[in-house]
Design a protein around this ligand. Structure first.
Ligand SMILES: Nc1ncnc2c1ncn2[C@@H]1O[C@H](COP(=O)(O)OP(=O)(O)O)[C@@H](O)[C@H]1O
Ligand SMILES: [Mg+2]
Length: 238
């Protein structure tokens, strides 16, 4: 199988500010990682560094054995990094189908398979992006990332602000994509318990540093660890 992602001593941030002082991480092909941490701890900055839109002060990023550190964001996307940003990037003035066909590439994931994964989107295929609910937009953003047939999928807080029934639909889709189809993925979440049932491993970020790494199944059984780092249980979410 081998490693799909290897980050070595990454030092990155914005302008003069270093957000990630010295971060190392590996992910095996076919595995998924829950990236956890409270607000402002550097989760998005790590995702942004993998896609190549932060300032890098040092370190290396290797995707599937290829050093992508010097590549631009568009070149990294072509190299196989799929990304769904926190703000859900879809074309609001295109239909659902057009949103998907505009970016589709040859591969396992095509428009029809996205519609099988999300029947709700299939029903709305002729609707414009701006006519979709937040949950449907999230499904479409995920579909767009899938039809690019990435080697590694990055999802930044995909469940944020969505109704419980939609969250359950998305979690079921993640299970299919990650567990059944074995797509390598990093899922950023603040809501740890939900995502730990879907991912293989978990890493907790605190002030840009990975302070805890474990199998997701282990971490699920350690509410005191989650409580300590994430403040879950005490409704401390902001
Ligand atoms: N574009 C930016 N320019 C400068 N600082 C930023 C920028 N984006 C985020 N930061 C800072 O980086 C730190 C980590 O933020 P972020 O990675 O967004 O955290 P998270 O995704 O875990 O909530 C925060 O202190 C935040 O203020
Ligand atoms: Mg974030």
């Amino acid at each position: 199988m081998g490693e799909i992602l290897r980050i070595e001593n990454l030092r990155a941030g914005y302008g003069e500010a270093v957000v990630l002082p010295d971060l190392s991480l590996t992910l095996e092909a076919g595995q998924s990682l829950a990236l956890l941490g409270r607000n402002g701890m550097g989760k998005t900055t790590l995702v942004n560094s993998i896609i190549g839109v932060t300032r890098r002060f040092g370190g290396k990023i290797i995707l599937d054995g290829k050093d992508i550190t010097a590549l631009r964001p568009d070149q990294r996307a072509l190299a196989g990094i799929g990304w769904v940003p926190q703000e859900r990037n879809i074309f609001k003035s295109l239909t659902v189908t057009e949103n998907l066909t505009a970016v589709a590439t040859d591969g396992k994931w095509n428009v029809e398979r996205v519609f099988q994964l999300f029947p709700r989107l299939a029903e709305r295929r002729f609707n414009l992006g701006n006519q979709l609910s937040g949950g449907e937009q999230q499904m479409l953003a995920l579909g767009r990332a899938l039809v690019l047939n990435p080697k590694l999928l990055l999802l930044d807080e995909p469940l944020e602000g969505l109704a419980p029934i939609i969250v359950d639909e998305l979690l079921a889709a993640f299970r299919r994509i990650i567990r059944d189809e074995k797509l390598s993925a990093i899922l950023v979440e603040q809501n740890a318990q939900k995502i730990l049932g879907v991912t293989d491993r978990a890493a907790i970020l605190e002030r840009g540093v990975i302070v805890h790494e474990a199998a997701s199944s282990e971490l699920r059984k350690q509410p005191e660890v989650l409580e300590g780092y994430l403040g879950v249980g005490k409704a401390k979410r902001t």
